[in-house]
Design a protein. Structure first.
Length: 74
């Protein structure tokens, strides 16, 4: 399973990543802002699953869906 984490608090993102890796889940990348996430989705294949924080440093994560059509489970 290919997974990404969108979380602006880097310690929380790393902690979640370590937990998932113990379950043999491949964490493809960790993104930390709405802008960074939109750019990433424009240039990469969408993952199977997204772990998503709602309040990011530069806005609400729902703004990502205003820009990108995402079919991944969230």
């Amino acid at each position: 399973m290919n997974v990404i984490i969108i979380e602006d608090e880097k310690p929380a993102a790393r902690r979640l990543s370590r937990m998932l890796e113990k379950l043999n889940v491949d964490v493809n990348t960790m993104l930390h802002s709405v802008e960074e996430s939109i750019n990433w989705f424009h240039n990469n294949e969408h993952p199977d699953l997204i772990f998503l924080d709602i309040q990011l440093s530069d806005g609400l994560s729902f703004e990502i869906f205003d820009e990108i059509a995402i079919d991944s489970s969230i």
